[in-house]
Design a protein. Structure first.
Length: 230
């Protein structure tokens, strides 16, 4: 299987085309009516926009790097499109892969293609590319989350938040009640969002959250109780 890194949004030359994509995050079922969804692409420029659409399976490496691999789990129509200036195009994406026991993660990538006249030009132009985040989850998955406070020289340094279940953990839907020998703390998404660069955890994935601004050296033996607010 060919695996490579993808920059989800390329920095583009001022002359490169731009487009808007909705939604940026989607949840699919492996079967039934929810296995098919539509993405809306808005060409916000005065020039025609050629696009190619494809899907990559997503994995997070041990170093928190996103790896994308080829997959045939989705049907995309149309896979290529030329959107007129100031126009909108709907793209159908349908999951056609096997039934799954745990939630899987993908990117639906919308990649700008060069126009024929531009291919002949000697100048190099960066092309615009966006990868929408997609999850495929079976029905009735169990979300199980663990949170452990790590200490260094009796000072709380980080909290490891891990998805130990079968579903997708949506971090903004979590609330944390932390009890230590010193005090009680209540955290919601607005209290920790500045410490994170992601909002979702797939099964087996974890993230470390710095604690130096949330806990003090007095907060020894801290325990975390997590509630999921849907």
């Amino acid at each position: 299987m060919r695996i490579f890194l993808l920059i989800i949004l390329l920095l583009s030359h001022p002359m490169a085309y731009a487009f808007e994509l909705f939604p940026m995050v989607s949840f699919f079922s492996p079967k039934g009516s929810k296995s098919e969804q539509f993405f809306q692409v808005n060409n916000t420029t005065e020039q025609a926009l050629p696009l190619e659409v494809f899907v990559k399976q997503r994995q997070i490496s041990a170093s928190d790097t996103e790896l994308l691999a080829d997959t045939e789990d989705f049907f995309v129509f149309p896979p290529q499109v030329l959107i007129p200036p100031k126009s909108t195009q709907m793209v159908k994406v349908k999951y056609i892969g096997n039934l799954v026991d745990t939630s899987q993660s993908y990117r639906v990538v919308f990649s700008q293609l060069p126009i024929k006249d531009e291919v002949k030009q000697s100048s190099i132009k960066m092309l615009f590319q966006i990868g929408a985040l997609v999850f495929v989850s079976p029905d009735n998955v169990a979300n199980t989350i663990s949170a452990d406070i790590h200490y260094q020289a009796n000072t709380p340094t980080s909290m490891k938040l891990a998805n130990t279940g079968d579903g997708v953990v949506i971090i903004p839907q979590l609330s944390f009640e932390v009890t230590s020998d010193h005090a009680r703390h209540s955290w919601k998404w607005q209290d920790i969002q500045h410490l994170l660069n992601q909002q979702y955890l797939v099964p087996g994935e974890s993230v470390d959250i710095a604690m130096d601004t949330l806990l003090s050296p007095k907060d020894s033996q801290a325990k975390v109780d997590i509630k999921e607010n849907r």
